[in-house]
Design a protein around this ligand. Structure first.
Ligand SMILES: C[S@@+](CC[C@H](N)C(=O)[O-])C[C@H]1O[C@@H](n2cnc3c(N)ncnc32)[C@H](O)[C@@H]1O
Ligand SMILES: [Zn+2]
Ligand SMILES: [Zn+2]
Ligand SMILES: [Zn+2]
Length: 445
């Protein structure tokens, strides 16, 4: 245990958690201990020395035997897990004491029950701790408690830490927990994109900034995307979810006969106006990828889609439609945020938390990978839009169902040239894990 004297004392992390659980009289002690310099803990919730192995352990990994007046750790005497609801926890460690043949519980659950050694009268504090402050006052529940029964199913439904941390860190404007995909209203996804389109078109159309795109997208995805596409000369191509049409126009400039569809009226209107001016031969229509009735079967040689599917509600239907309008052996090449690294349960751990500097990112934390569904996310000054998290296997299964085979998966990585073009990348940031993924698929049947 590292001893730390904060200049500006912090309340104990666990005391705060406990007092949040309707323990209105619970004293919030000063957090004067820390292991990682992030979570500060009081002397009740710090680490203690095991009388057997002499190692220091987290307080909830130790139990007290009143007979021997000794603390023993869970490594020296393996506990079993007792499913029990106490405060925000769902289980306690239960120890069978070989010395006195009684059952003891870990210090956390013991505190809840009122049987923690410091809650028992005449207890000699000196026998387990040498720090002579901060353990006071001895808080006790009104009566000894047992906690409530909780089933594993119910324990799994409790609010998870990932959502809690993300809400606190405020890095995205967060709607709520994930909503099952079929409970998200398709019309609402369309309306939300329509609002964002208005934003885009108004802000950028005059300067034609839309064609520049975000630097990270241009340098990371596009290089890999064009390399995968290779020669598009003379091909009949669909740009599915064309947005402002910058990818569509580029395809046209490379000699393809391009169609662009998007379900947002505003962007399609904008694309048509640009086409009148520039005459690149692009045809734009408003349509949802889940209903491409305006195209006949086996119409296209190639279908591309750039950062669209994370916003498409009912992706399987969209894959089936794309498959229908694509020729046999035609390619469907599409990019998306990476399903592992860019999702609700993934976040950058930065220290200090409020830093924006890339080199202060410590780790990517990934959790809740199997939680699929939709959430409303607002990035920057834009209106929130629905974004759907799905796993890699869910996407690959849907592609298979729609008659595709994945020929290659590309995880674009920054190369030295790209890093030179944007010094922010150089602070060992974007080369660490892929933010994007490109699926290069072929229609089999
Ligand atoms: C992030 S933008 C990308 C636009 C463009 N591909 C680009 O690279 O700039 C995503 C686009 O997908 C469109 N979109 C989302 N769901 C759609 C759906 N079901 N059908 C058609 N377009 C959809 C949105 O309207 C939006 O224009
Ligand atoms: Zn505490
Ligand atoms: Zn031990
Ligand atoms: Zn005992």
């Amino acid at each position: 245990m590292h001893f730390y004297q904060p200049a500006d004392p912090q309340p104990c992390y666990y005391c705060v958690k406990i007092s949040d659980q309707e323990e209105t009289d619970y004293p919030i002690r000063e957090g004067i201990f820390t292991v990682e310099q992030m979570i500060f803990r009081c002397s009740w919730h710090a680490q203690f020395e095991c009388s057997r192995c002499g190692k220091f352990h987290h307080f909830s990994w130790l139990y007290w035997c009143p007979k021997t007046e000794e603390l023993t750790c869970g490594s020296c005497n393996k506990p079993s897990m007792k499913p029990v609801r106490f405060w925000d926890r769902t289980y306690a460690y239960e120890y069978h004491c070989k010395t006195c043949d009684e059952v003891h519980y870990d210090l956390f659950y013991s505190e809840f029950r009122g049987t923690h050694p410091w809650q028992t009268e005449n207890f000699q504090l000196n026998s387990i701790i040498t720090v002579d402050e901060s353990w006071k006052p001895i808080w006790q529940p009104v009566e000894t408690r047992k906690g409530g029964n909780i089933s594993i199913e119910d324990a799994l439904k409790l609010k998870n830490r990932v959502v809690e941390i993300r809400l606190k860190s405020g890095d995205v404007n967060f709607h709520s927990q994930l909503t099952p995909e079929d409970k998200v209203d398709f019309q609402d996804t369309q309306m939300k994109w329509e609002e964002i389109s208005k934003n885009w078109v108004e802000n950028y159309s005059k300067s034609r900034e839309l064609d520049k795109g975000k630097k990270s997208r241009l340098s990371i995805i596009e290089t890999a995307f064009w390399k995968a596409l290779d020669d598009v000369q003379g091909l009949k191509v669909l740009d599915a979810g064309c947005g402002s049409g910058y990818f569509t126009r580029r395809l046209a400039k490379k000699g393809a006969k391009v169609y662009g569809v998007d379900f947002s009226e505003k962007v399609v209107e904008y694309c048509k106006k640009r086409e009148e001016d520039e005459q690149l031969g692009c045809k734009f229509s408003q349509a949802s990828l889940t209903d491409l009735a305006l195209f006949e079967n086996n119409f296209f040689d190639l279908i591309v889609s750039n950062i669209v599917f994370m916003g498409v509600q009912d992706y399987l239907t969209a894959f089936l439609e794309i498959s229908r309008v694509l020729k046999k052996d035609g390619r469907f090449v599409w990019s998306n945020p990476h399903p592992t690294f860019v999702r609700v349960g993934a976040m950058d751990l930065k220290l200090p938390f409020d830093t924006h500097r890339n080199e202060e990112k410590l780790y990517k934390i990934i959790d809740r990978y199997f939680d699929s569904g939709g959430t409303l996310i607002a990035l920057g000054k834009f209106h929130p839009v629905w974004q759907f998290d799905r796993t890699l296997s869910e996407y690959s299964r849907a592609l298979k169902q729609a008659g595709f085979v994945i020929r290659e998966i590309i995880e674009p990585k920054l190369d030295l040239e790209m890093i030179k073009s944007n010094p922010k990348f150089s602070a060992f940031d974007s080369g660490r894990y892929p933010n994007y993924i490109i699926y290069d698929c072929i229609k089999l049947e």
